[in-house]
Design a protein around this ligand. Structure first.
Ligand code: PLP
Length: 375
């Protein structure tokens, strides 16, 4: 970033804090559009279904809906919020592979008829509450090195898939494809490549049973930069993914993806202020007005590490950052290199759009940071 950009950014943050106070969760509308275009440019053969769980903010949903995006949903509210803003039900996939009967019934009533499953019990539920629906088998795939492992909880063993695709057909459902998730913030391209190979074998096996699968859902996992010094690994992975998709899958197969983090992560900034300060065992502690019970909840649930930035200059010392609640669990970081800060100084975190405000609570009745849609 150039010096001028730095100064502009500082002015922008200072002005917005003066107007709205802190903590603030800033969403850049321009960045949201850029990220969708970036995804489409990097993976032109993959239709993105935005994983709403990453950040269900109405500003984000509206921006993406206006761009004609499809969505991966997991609950009644996610479905309802999207239908309310005019997203056609055909543009949704209910990709929560374990759904309550009432969620399946609700989806059917709303004409959302594409479901993932990863067990026979789930197929039976879908057949009962949404007969005739289209189903996609979610398989367990390598999640090696991904920051959030999803195959721990979800996915059929690949050898069990064929019999369940046949079972789906016998239950009157339409088996349409295979899905997987390589784990969130996946920096190992081999996870995708091994999943493609597994999926391709299943597609071939299915044909022997007269089941022609049409969709391969490569899930999410596409990594972002959380720190300014990091490389953009997604950009490096994309040509390999494109080449292998072209090589492995027939042109007639529709490839879809469920990116969450990659679309919203880089679009949001959390702005906080120092509300308290102390020196414990010779170390500075700074208490901020947001913490792990709020928008920094990704530290816990997303196993995420963030870059904490300040405008203050000066010699740095290892300091602790803590949140505003009464719980000693609310410690954000014990080793941040920071100049000496004072009450009221701003601390901000970029690239915090995914799995942050989505999992924030209002513990201690402290309100969740105010969201502002900016340019
Ligand atoms: C089924 C499913 N699809 C997509 C995603 C989004 O993943 P990511 O944010 O890593 O792209 C998740 C994340 O948990 C998921 O569970």
């Amino acid at each position: 970033m150039h010096k001028k950009d730095d100064n502009n950014f500082k002015q922008f943050i200072t002005d917005i804090v003066k107007k709205h106070g802190t903590p603030l969760f800033l969403i850049s509308g321009v960045r949201l559009k850029e990220r969708v275009e970036y995804f489409r440019k990097l993976l032109p053969g993959v239709v993105p279904y935005y994983a709403v769980k990453a950040n269900p903010s109405s500003d984000i949903l509206k921006t993406f809906a206006d761009m004609g995006l499809c969505f991966d949903v997991a609950s009644e509210n996610e479905i309802g919020n999207l239908l309310k803003i005019g997203v056609p039900p055909d543009n949704l996939i209910l990709a929560n592979s374990v759904k309550s009967p009432s969620l399946i019934k609700f989806a059917r009533e709303k004409k959302v008829l594409l479901f993932t499953f990863d067990s026979e019990y789930e197929l039976q539920k879908i057949a009962k509450y949404a007969p005739g629906s289209r189903v996609i088998a979610r398989i367990k795939v390598p999640n090696v090195g991904s920051i959030v492992e999803l195959s721990l909880k979800f996915g059929l063993e690949p050898e069990d898939v064929l019999s369940l695709l046949v079972r789906a057909k016998n239950l009157g459902l339409k088996p349409e494809g295979i899905s997987f998730h390589v784990g969130s913030q996946c920096t190992r391209v081999e996870n995708y490549l091994e999943s493609f190979e597994l999926t391709s074998m299943i597609l071939k096996d299915a044909q022997t049973k007269n089941i022609r699968l049409k969709i391969v859902d490569i899930g999410g996992g596409f990594p972002i930069k959380h720190f300014s010094h990091e490389e953009d690994i997604f950009e490096e992975m994309a040509p390999v993914l494109n080449r292998e998709i072209d090589r492995i899958f027939d042109k007639s197969i529709q490839i879809i993806g469920e990116p969450g983090r990659a679309l919203v992560g880089p679009c949001c900034t959390l702005v906080m202020r120092v509300i308290g300060k102390s020196i414990r065992k010779n170390k500075h502690w700074y208490y901020l007005d947001d913490g792990v019970y709020g928008c920094l909840s990704g530290i816990i649930y997303d196993h995420c590490k963030y870059q904490f930035n300040v405008f203050k200059k000066g010699s740095v010392q290892i300091s602790t950052l803590a949140g505003p609640t009464c719980d000693s669990f609310d410690i954000i970081s014990v080793s941040e290199d920071l100049p000496e800060l004072e009450i009221g100084d701003i601390v901000y975190v970029k690239n915090i759009g995914a799995y942050s405000i989505a999992t924030a609570t209002n513990f201690n009745s402290i309100p969740v940071a105010k969201t502002i849609l900016t340019e």
